[in-house]
Design a protein around this ligand. Structure first.
Ligand SMILES: [Zn+2]
Length: 382
């Protein structure tokens, strides 16, 4: 694993500046947009054009986000923190321009809008806030009541959604391959989880720590969806980005946590390239060292542990992953910003011991899951 190598500055989708690795953000990884940019060969000129423009626009956005997000304070007692945790959402409309934040169109005092994207963003922020508070006792992304902001209708045919360090931003999609990005609750939860990671462990968005950053966002995205639906682990789809693809695409979602590598297999998009265990680990300089690829490995460890334990995934496996990320009473905390898969796995096992006991079914299921995906081995203590 080459965590210190940096993607070439010449690559279209990579940040062009210096020493700070790119910050997390985009739900659609660069390799998928690169495939999509060839979609005109498959009779999808609008999707191809949209993907090419997204690839060109993204480096500038990434640089902006780095500036915004480099120094994130530990959650302060903020001026807006209320005695009773309360969600505070504001949705903006960019009107298909690429300037942020756009025009405010809905906040907590307003009735639902006539615009489905506005309402989906509003409800999605609320569902994420509800999971964080009800499952983990966390008051918003920063733990101190941070208002939740989102902009919809960003750009024209824009094929992505991202967290810019301050807000969520959603494109409408090109209409040929991708529909609107507010349609998937797991995407909304995924993006806001990048904010949680930013305020806690600060996992560096590169190599294995970057894949862990991506994976934690998928974990939280899946949990937000399951929590909102009242779904148990064994009933869940474990898909990230279900509902984003149009019917023209041979695929279920962007990623599958339970079966990485099987989310899509399509003429235009190719086959889902995620590995399901360490034997398939991808060494690459692209995609910040494969952050959206190798995240399949810890994703599957989570899905395996949660499914074996059964019940609501946020109560046990989810609680342990959260404890490992933020640090919790009795558990060593938070994992280091450059944590490897093995270090994060060890942190979850320790956190499971602290919360549920060393002999607990939770601790053994989590340990077993990491062994199944090849991150832990016989050399590791149980
Ligand atoms: Zn992400």
């Amino acid at each position: 694993m080459s965590s210190s190598t940096r993607p070439p500055a010449s690559a279209l989708h990579c940040p062009t500046t210096g020493s700070v690795p790119a910050r997390p953000g985009f739900i659609v990884p660069p390799y998928l947009l690169a495939r999509l940019a060839e979609a005109d060969a498959h009779g999808m000129p609008r999707a191809a054009e949209a993907a090419r423009r997204s690839l060109l626009a993204d480096p500038a956005l990434r640089v902006e986000r780095e500036r915004a997000a480099v120094a994130t304070p530990a959650a302060p007692a903020s001026v807006w923190a209320a005695a009773t945790p309360t969600v505070r959402r504001t949705i903006f409309d960019a009107g298909n321009a690429e300037s942020l934040p756009g025009r405010p169109v809905r906040d907590e005092t307003d009735a639902p809008a006539d615009d489905v994207a506005v309402n989906e963003a509003f409800e999605g922020l609320g569902a994420t806030y509800a999971l964080l508070l009800e499952a983990f006792g966390r008051d918003s992304v920063d733990g101190a009541g941070l208002p939740l902001l989102a902009t919809v209708h960003y750009g024209r045919d824009y094929d992505n959604a991202f967290w810019d360090g301050e807000r969520m931003v959603f494109g409408d999609g090109d209409g040929e391959v991708f529909g609107r990005f507010t349609a998937s609750l797991s995407v909304i939860g995924h993006e806001l989880a990048h904010g949680v990671t930013q305020y806690t462990a600060g996992l560096v968005y590169e190599g294995q720590s970057g894949a862990l950053n991506e994976s934690f966002s998928d974990v939280l995205g899946a949990l937000v969806e399951q929590h909102q639906r009242g779904q148990r682990a064994e009933e869940a789809s474990w898909l990230i980005g279900e509902g984003l693809f149009t019917e023209a695409v041979q695929g279920r979602a962007l990623r599958s946590m339970s079966e990485p590598g099987t989310a899509y297999d399509d003429d235009v998009l190719g086959k889902d390239p995620q590995p399901a265990d360490m034997a398939g680990y991808v060494d690459t300089r692209d995609d910040n060292g494969g952050v959206h690829l190798n995240s399949g490995i810890p994703n599957r460890a989570f899905a395996l542990a949660a499914t074996e334990l059964g019940g609501f995934a946020w109560e046990r496996a989810g609680r342990v992953w959260y404890d490992a990320l933020v640090g919790a009473p009795g558990a060593p905390a938070p994992v280091s910003p450059r944590a490897t898969f093995a270090e994060f796995a060890a942190a979850t096992v320790t956190a499971a011991h602290a919360r549920f006991g060393a002999e607990s079914t939770e601790a053994s299921a989590i340990d077993r899951a990491w062994r199944t995906v090849g991150v832990r081995s016989d050399d590791d203590p149980r």
